[in-house]
Design a protein around this ligand. Structure first.
Ligand code: 5AD
Ligand code: SF4
Length: 501
């Protein structure tokens, strides 16, 4: 495998393109008229739910400035990519997008005041003279910083998530004619709160309660790209949940890289489990989800809260990463296999049937066949309801980058395939046990097939079911499970409509 951090920047600097350091104004930001002229933006998001939600906030900020969102980069004045760098493949994606936007070379010459062909780039239409603003947001922005300007000089905004609160100011600077702006501070002690968040999902409202990560897993870029942990004050969170409930949301998902490491910065000093309960008690809220939990900070208080409050969803995403004690140590995960299994036992002994999902990495440097077998045996022991499995991807700045004993790519692929197959069988058998059960489903999708709907259970299972009701989107419906596949349940709604008051 190639260098982990070779994310293809070089390929973007086409022959004949002067480098950004020559100071050529390739992209002229429009002079203060973008918003007034009804500016448009295109926003594409890569990566995790935190990124999805950050994009909702970014969209909110732009809409508040008078921009309209459009469906294609061609139609947009401002093109933004909210990027992910958790694995090499994810980071590469944005650079191939940026490559597609490279201005036609003649435009660059024209921008320099030279004779040149001013046709648009035939591969995509970025008009360098037309005042397009191209921005890279998120983890790749934070990781690569100014380097992005060097290699893709048509980019004019680079901003990491820890600096999003500065976005309105940065955009104003571009509108005022600045050619390049950055927001790359990482030691911000504020979280990104906006007046307006444009929420994409009409049924599930996401809400970040803790930003960044103070753990230091040896393979992970997040502490570098999202900065240190910062929790949002509980009163501010709960006030937003009340507003969301007033707007008609019934399901809230609390977000954080390590959501259960939440530490209320206010005098109220709410524990994470207290916050779950307080959220569940807000009138109108019927489901409270939370992700991602870190095993070290996961305790009985959270399981008790789930047991005692039906509105707190019976689902915990608890990444284990490996079943091998040695690999867990090398990963600096801060818990042992036994400690992890104790947390699982806490959940298994609860009165409610808590769905447990996880993340697993195969092929960490030095992972032996024996280590891998321990991961398989842990999967058998836990019987996960879902697992996101990844091949280890070496990332810049991380301690594991320099570890010896890299596992060959083919071996990683072999282990991944075995893991996926094992997990598929576990899910098939777990889902089959639910046939005959009656489950409450929040309906969030309508199939093209007549009378077919889909939704999620409290345990976050997908259910595809039939109902003759006219419109049950957003309703809570009782569904009888009639069949199962590894990834979803099949069922029929008990009543024509399950609409709830
Ligand atoms: N290589 C492979 N997977 C990774 N993850 C995080 N960093 C890496 C990496 N360098 C996975 C972990 C984490 C999930 C979000 O991504 O499993 O829980
Ligand atoms: Fe990365 Fe570990 Fe923090 Fe999760 S807990 S974001 S894997 S450093």
């Amino acid at each position: 495998m190639g260098k982990s951090f070779d994310i293809g920047l070089e390929r973007l600097t086409g022959a004949g393109l002067p480098s950004a350091s020559e100071g050529v104004p390739y992209i002229e930001a429009s002079r203060g008229d973008t918003a007034a002229a009804g500016g448009t933006f295109y926003l594409e998001t890569f990566g995790c739910q935190m990124n999805e939600h950050d994009s909702e906030k970014v969209a909110g900020v732009l809409l508040a400035r008078g921009y309209k969102q459009v469906e294609t980069p061609e139609a947009a004045k401002v093109i933004l990519y909210n990027t992910c760098s958790i694995r090499e493949k994810a980071a590469q994606k944005v650079f191939s997008r940026l490559g597609e936007l490279r201005p036609f070379e003649g435009q660059l010459a024209a921008a320099k005041g030279l004779e040149g062909d001013t046709r648009l780039n035939p591969r995509k239409v970025v008009n360098a003279g037309g005042g397009k603003i191209i921005g890279v947001l998120g983890c790749v922005a934070q990781q690569e910083g100014q380097e992005i300007f060097e290699r893709a000089p048509w980019v004019s905004l680079v901003c990491g998530s820890a600096s999003y609160r500065k976005l309105p100011q940065l955009i104003a600077e571009l509108e005022a004619g600045n050619r390049r702006v950055t927001g790359l501070d990482i030691d911000t002690d504020e979280t990104f709160e906006t007046e307006i968040t444009r929420r994409d999902n009409p049924f599930r409202a996401y809400l970040t309660i803790i930003e960044g990560c103070d753990k230091a897993c040896s393979y992970c870029v997040v502490p570098f790209t999202r900065g240190p942990e910062r929790s949002r004050a509980s009163a501010s969170i709960l006030q937003e949940v009340r507003q969301l409930a007033d707007m008609g949301y019934t399901e809230i998902q609390l977000l954080g890289q390590t959501v259960n490491s939440y530490a209320d910065p206010s005098a109220r000093k709410m524990r994470f489990s207290d916050l779950l309960v307080a959220t569940a008690e807000i009138p109108g809220i019927r489901r409270v989800r939370f992700t991602t939990s870190h095993p070290r900070d996961f305790g009985k208080d959270i399981v008790d809260a789930i047991e005692d409050y039906p509105a707190i969803c019976e689902h915990v995403h608890l990444p284990v990463q490996s079943g091998s004690p040695a690999v867990l140590r090398a990963m600096a995960r801060t818990y042992t296999r036994e400690e992890y299994l104790e947390k699982i036992a806490l959940m298994k002994s609860a009165k409610r049937s808590i769905g447990i999902t996880t993340d697993i990495i195969v092929g960490f440097p030095g992972e032996t066949e024996g280590d891998f077998q321990e991961t398989l045996s842990l999967m058998d022991a836990v019987q996960y309801d879902g697992a996101f499995c990844f091949k280890y991807s070496p990332r810049p700045n991380t301690p594991s980058l320099t570890m010896i004993d890299a596992i060959p790519e083919e071996e990683k692929s072999r282990r991944l395939a075995i893991l996926l197959e094992r997990q598929r069988e576990i899910q098939r058998s777990r889902n089959e046990k639910l046939v005959g059960d009656l489950l409450e489903v929040l309906v969030d999708g309508k199939s093209k097939r007549e009378n077919q709907w889909s939704g999620h259970t409290s345990s976050n299972r997908v259910v595809n079911f039939s109902s003759h009701a006219e419109n049950i989107l957003g309703d809570y419906v009782q569904v009888k499970v009639t069949g199962a596949t590894p990834n979803s349940l099949i069922g029929e709604a008990l009543t024509g409509t399950g609409a709830q008051p």
